[in-house]
Design a binder for this molecule. Structure first.
Ligand code: ZN
Ligand code: ZN
Length: 68
């Protein structure tokens, strides 16, 4: 008898399709530019992402992978 336990059967986590495992997605508000007004180069930094141009992925909650 083979008692080998296949651990892969427990691994039902897959790479997040939204952020592709990067855990962050481009900020919707500033379109990833980090500016309050994406088309205005001189505008102040985005109030949504604090100028980083990215937001934590809401699909995987920043984990980079989701349960199947
Ligand atoms: Zn932003
Ligand atoms: Zn994600």
């Amino acid at each position: 008898m083979n008692y080998y336990f296949n651990k892969k059967s427990q691994n039902n986590w897959v790479e997040c399709p939204e952020c592709f495992g990067k855990k962050y997605v481009p900020c919707i508000h500033c379109e990833g530019t980090g500016r309050e007004h994406p088309s205005n180069l001189g505008s102040k930094k985005c109030s949504e992402c604090n100028g980083t141009g990215r937001q934590r992925c809401q699909t995987c909650f920043g984990m980079g992978e989701i349960k199947k």
